[in-house]
Design a protein around this ligand. Structure first.
Ligand SMILES: NC(=O)c1ccc[n+]([C@@H]2O[C@H](COP(=O)([O-])OP(=O)(O)OC[C@H]3O[C@@H](n4cnc5c(N)ncnc54)[C@H](O)[C@@H]3O)[C@@H](O)[C@H]2O)c1
Length: 392
């Protein structure tokens, strides 16, 4: 019989989602054995939620005690947005498998060190990007790979998640060093993997270059809510290694919440239907309709095989798929996606997209994170919009 994978959860707000995915999604062969959060109250709520008192996980408020406890084989990093890479490197160097929330690395230097650590470790690294794994996005991937749509020309990925600035302000308070919480500083382009990852998952095409623009918040609105960051929407154009163009956009305003994805190809196109992550629309040019197919049709996508627990879990089933794929990858039964190179490239798109905005919308090349020389050249590039890290 296979050994149970013992899981440590680092950060108990988002971390709860994965505990839910394991339990409600009935993912076998893995168990949460340790939790860490510097907020003990939050951690206790999470622990209760874990197994309703049975097989209670070990609890730590100190990160170093947690990582050196020997209580887990794999860690889920749900700590602060801009501090995943340092803990991922720490874990990989100790042979601990890593599932890291977005973003994977907040600087190009972090991304370079992260790839190097993953290469040198026998442990698995996967990014916890959940939006590739909705019903509609699985179907777009299947359609694209079936081949009737032809070569990819243009793709679009959009993630709109209005977040009440009042709620945002409540969880963005200052820490003991006088720094606000990461959400106060977050440039829109940094939160772009929800828009970009599904397109990479569908097509296998990797980002090569990025150019970006942003629209500023309305000053009166920003003042009313005490916002620190001026950008309210970020739009990036990304060229791929196979010559296609992707438009990636995101915002935490704009009223209508939702994700939307589109593939525009030589012979036809396919898109998810706005407002319903399970509906798909596919169409062909009048002269390229495959035999026996309608020119345009809209239908509800079905899950691929093996999705038994997905409907019980959040983000359109994506949270369940992330957990399942990670456990399968740890067991050597599946490849992680996004792997470390894809995760680093997506981080670079967000980082360099922001740099493009700050520097008059000039384009930047996305580094090849598989190339040790390219990584070496990035190790001193620590430019970051987040405050310097005194706490850790
Ligand atoms: N994929 C998704 O759909 C999705 C959804 C929500 C959040 N996220 C991501 O998950 C991550 C966490 O999000 P959140 O909303 O829970 O963030 P948060 O900042 O509200 O919570 C982070 C938690 O980690 C704890 N923590 C941070 N550093 C620590 C340390 N060194 N030692 C002990 N505890 C520490 C904090 O006390 C806090 O409870 C972020 O990267 C976010 O982008 C992803």
């Amino acid at each position: 019989m296979e050994k149970t994978v013992r899981i440590g959860v680092f950060g108990c707000r988002r971390g709860k989602t994965y505990i839910k995915a394991l339990r409600l999604g009935k993912i076998r062969g893995a168990r949460v054995t340790a939790l860490c959060d510097r907020d003990p109250e939050r951690m206790e709520k999470c622990a209760e939620y874990c197994y309703r008192g049975r097989l209670a996980p070990a609890r730590y408020t100190d990160a170093e005690e947690f990582f050196s406890s020997g209580k887990f084989d794999a860690v889920i990093l749900c700590n602060y947005f801009h501090q995943h890479a340092e803990y991922a490197v720490r874990a990989l160097r100790s042979g601990i498998h890593v599932l890291s929330e977005t973003m994977a690395a907040a600087t190009l230097s972090d991304a370079a060190f992260l790839c190097e650590a993953a290469e040198q470790s026998r442990a698995v690294y996967m990014m916890a990007e959940n939006y590739p794994y909705t019903r509609g996005n699985f179907e777009l991937r299947r359609l694209y790979r079936e081949g009737t749509l032809g070569k990819l020309l243009f793709a679009e990925g959009e993630y709109i998640h209005p977040m009440n600035p009042k709620d945002n302000a409540e969880i963005s308070v200052k820490d003991e060093n006088g720094y606000y919480h990461w959400r106060k500083y977050l440039p829109v382009t940094y939160y772009s993997s929800h828009s970009l990852a599904p397109l990479i998952f569908m097509t296998g095409e990797m980002p090569k270059r990025v150019v970006a623009m942003s629209a500023a918040d309305d000053p009166a609105h920003a003042a009313e809510y005490g916002r620190l960051k001026p950008d309210a929407v970020g739009v990036m154009l990304v060229t791929t290694d196979k010559g296609a163009v992707m438009r990636i956009n995101g915002s935490s305003y704009m009223g209508i919440r939702g994700n939307w994805y589109r593939l525009g190809c030589v012979r036809g196109g396919a898109e998810t239907v706005r407002g319903d992550q399970a509906q798909v629309r596919v169409g062909y040019n009048s002269w390229t309709i495959p035999e026996g197919t309608e020119q345009v049709r809209t239908y509800e996508a079905v899950w691929p095989d093996g999705a038994e627990g997905a409907e019980n879990c959040g983000h359109g089933g994506g949270d369940w798929w992330v957990m399942k794929k990670f456990i399968d990858a740890v067991r050597g039964k599946d490849d992680p996606f996004p792997d470390v190179y894809t995760a680093a490239a997506m981080s670079a798109v967000g980082i360099l997209g922001y740099r493009s905005i700050l520097n008059g919308n000039i384009p930047y090349d996305i580094p090849d994170f598989r190339d040790p020389a390219a990584r070496e050249a990035l190790k001193d590039d620590r430019q970051s919009p987040f405050p310097p890290d005194k706490t850790f």
